[in-house]
Write a protein that binds this ligand. Structure first.
Ligand code: ACO
Length: 428
């Protein structure tokens, strides 16, 4: 709603623009009519000053290190809720009561199996294919199998598709892993929790029973919660862009996968882990800190810095605690955890990092946990995409239900040649 007005003056003419207020965060200047009234566009290539939608799902205050889902802090959610509860919250707006949670978990568990034909898709890939390449293909291919839930104007169809996507993602991801290691696919076991089932499908084998370790199950569930949604980040905006044209839900989510695969997105987890391994021992940390500060060296501390968080990424705090739990449960004495802790401490006391507001992000510690659990680096992004699926579908549902929703179609500042005569081939 417009509570205020902004005035923009271009040359001799002033334009009044409404200012809209949200429940939290900066007000926004509503420029939707600017082009019509002034014949000007605005220019903001990285969308650093542009709100692309109204949303009631997730709020981030990057300066204060705050992340809220539907008003609840990420610290409290990751401590007290399960991933299923957070998924329900994101999709429906409120935390579920006991019965709602039971019903929701049951509904999700009913959709965990994949159409058997989809298993043959995997065999079309090379064994050394990156699992994200497989995920992009298989998730997109779901559109060819579930025709009964693709009418996006029907809220019921949208909800069924959303449930299918959330439910099938662990199965698809575990199969991508199994294919890469040459082991048989493991079918879902709906008596297990969402995360326990995923662990079994990933690490279980048909030859022996798989017992889910509750500490690892809880740790991974927490990692899923930490990645469930993150406001209008690049992959969510990609999903919104694709979804704004009425594209089928499964194809829309596969666009999210393609975007999330980028090394500048969550790909930094593997890079942070590799960096910690390369540093190896605490005595080598100062050398790497110096390299990170050197303008002539392209090296950056991976897992440090964030486009939005300029204080502390609250997810990194939860992650640091989770590393301790996992390493102690698995009795892993990984020296790189010490390297990580000392690197964090040294960097946070270094004027370069203080001045530039560079703090550990969620990726800094997550690689240590995931590798201790047994996931290869290539699977890290898959795990984040699996959990982000709930955020993508929740944001997509919110967007489609918005009566004011428009096709996502930015404009540009054209810098090419103006109209010129076409030369014949002999004249070129
Ligand atoms: N190490 C050393 N210096 C850094 C780092 C870093 N990790 N990150 C930023 N800087 C410096 C830059 O050199 C730049 O310095 P300058 O102003 O003197 O040129 C300044 O800090 C600002 O950096 P930008 O890249 O402009 O900041 P931006 O907000 O665009 O980038 C980003 C954020 C991409 C995350 C960056 O901090 C980075 O590359 N970090 C390492 C990779 C990483 O951890 N990515 C994970 C992101 S979190 C996620 O995807 C869930």
């Amino acid at each position: 709603m417009a509570d205020n007005q902004a005035t923009l003056t271009i040359g001799d003419t002033s334009y009044d623009l409404p200012v809209m207020k949200g429940s939290e965060g900066p007000d926004v200047v509503d420029i939707r009519k600017l082009y019509g009234i002034s014949d000007h566009f605005t220019f903001d290539p990285g969308f650093t000053s542009t709100a692309s939608c109204e949303s009631a799902l997730t709020f981030i205050d990057g300066d204060k290190g705050v992340l809220l889902h539907r008003g609840y802090s990420i610290e409290e959610l990751s401590e007290k809720s399960s991933f299923m509860e957070v998924s329900y919250l994101l999709l429906n707006g409120e935390l579920p009561d006991e019965k709602q949670l039971k019903d929701f978990s049951y509904t999700i568990s009913r959709h965990t199996m994949l159409h058997e034909q989809l298993a043959t898709f995997y065999r079309g890939f090379r064994r050394d294919a990156h699992p994200m390449a497989i995920m992009c293909g298989v998730v997109g291919a779901l559109s060819a199998f579930y025709h009964d839930s693709t009418d996006i104007s029907d809220p019921n169809h949208r909800m069924i598709s959303s449930h299918r996507l959330i439910a099938k993602m662990p199965t698809i991801a575990a199969m991508a892993y199994k294919y890469s290691v040459g082991q048989p696919f493991i079918y879902p076991d709906n008596s297990l929790s969402y995360t326990g089932n995923f662990l079994r499908m990933t690490f279980g084998v048909p030859a022996e029973p798989y017992v889910v370790n509750p500490v690892i199950e809880r740790a991974l569930d927490r990692i899923f919660i930490l990645h469930a949604d993150h406001e209008q980040n690049a992959s969510t905006s990609t999903v919104a862009g694709a979804g704004s044209l009425g594209t089928y839900p499964f194809a829309v989510i596969s666009a999210g996968f393609a975007c999330l695969w980028g090394p500048a997105h969550v790909g930094a987890t593997g890079a942070a882990l590799n960096m910690l391994r390369e540093i190896g021992t605490p005595d080598r940390i100062p050398h790497y800190i110096e390299r990170a500060k050197d303008k002539n060296d392209p090296f950056r501390l991976m897992g440090f810095g964030h486009r939005v968080y300029k204080n502390y990424d609250p997810r990194a705090t939860v992650m640091q605690k989770t590393v301790r739990e996992v390493l102690s449960e698995l009795k892993v004495n990984d020296p790189i955890f010490d390297v990580a802790l000392q690197l964090e401490e040294m960097a946070l006391n270094d004027p370069y990092f203080i001045e530039k507001k560079l703090f550990p992000n969620v990726d800094f510690y997550s690689g240590i946990i995931l590798s201790a659990i047994g996931f290869p680096t290539e699977m890290f992004t898959v795990l984040f995409a699996l959990s982000r699926t709930v955020g993508w579908v929740a944001q997509w549902n919110e967007m489609i239900s918005d009566p004011g929703q428009k096709i996502g179609r930015p404009r540009q500042l054209y810098t090419g040649p103006s109209l010129r005569p076409y030369p014949s081939i002999a004249q070129r």
